[in-house]
Design a protein around this ligand. Structure first.
Ligand SMILES: Cc1cc2nc3c(=O)[nH]c(=O)nc-3n(C[C@H](O)[C@H](O)[C@H](O)COP(=O)(O)O)c2cc1C
Length: 192
């Protein structure tokens, strides 16, 4: 499985989020894979709590199982989303919600709270890409920060890029930021 996993919360495969994610992945120089959540069948978390009682096994049998395997076996995950109404996209939020089962796998660091379980991503590096027309991305960043705090993911950095109605081609400075984020992620992993 890939060392660096990019997860795209935009369904536009040639959109700005995908373009910046590709730059981050490429600049790590490591083996990577970019996944589009829109290609996967991931149902909503129903809050049934079966994962809490069943050592992290989710009641739903869908593509989240394979995605969790990829997340857990990667060295870093890079999460990218368009800002939709001042927050992450529904695709991304749904994926975040469904990672809750990993808190009960018994891996990572125990939180001391039975309801919270473990922080499974304490050994993992993370990166964030948020694209938008103009404003509101800070709240999407908050959502990712909460996910990182909850899961233990160690964030190396966040890129928030405002494109108006244009594309990455008109904004080389955001490509530079994405490249820098990729280099930071590599440094965190390899230590040089
Ligand atoms: C449903 C929806 C809500 C949006 N809400 C915002 C917003 O609150 N603030 C903003 O600056 N852009 C907003 N946008 C614009 C997108 O964030 C922006 O076009 C983004 O770069 C699209 O990413 P993509 O090219 O990867 O699809 C919204 C777009 C859609 C479709």
């Amino acid at each position: 499985m890939a060392e660096i996993l990019g997860i795209c919360g935009s369904a536009r495969k040639k959109g700005n989020t995908a373009a910046l994610l590709k730059e981050v992945l490429k600049s790590t120089g490591m083996e990577s894979e970019l996944i589009f959540l829109s290609d996967l069948d991931i149902g909503f978390c129903s809050g049934c709590r079966i994962c809490m009682k069943n050592r992290g096994k989710c009641a739903k049998d869908d593509d989240m199982k394979g995605l969790i395997d990829k997340i857990l076996s990667s060295k870093a995950i890079v999460l990218g989303t368009p800002n939709f109404y001042y927050d992450v996209s529904g695709l991304m939020k749904n994926m975040i919600d469904r990672t809750v089962s990993t808190s009960y796998l018994g891996i990572g660091e125990y939180t001391g709270a039975e309801w919270h379980g473990w922080r499974p991503l304490v050994e993992k590096t993370g990166g964030i890409v948020i694209t938008q027309a103009a404003f509101g991305g800070e709240k999407a960043e908050d959502t990712f920060n909460c996910f990182a705090e909850y899961s233990g993911l160690n964030l190396a950095g966040t890129v928030i890029a405002s494109f108006g109605s244009q594309t990455v081609n008109e904004f080389p400075e955001y490509v530079d930021e994405a490249v820098e984020l990729g280099k930071k992620i590599k440094k965190r992993i390899k230590g040089n």
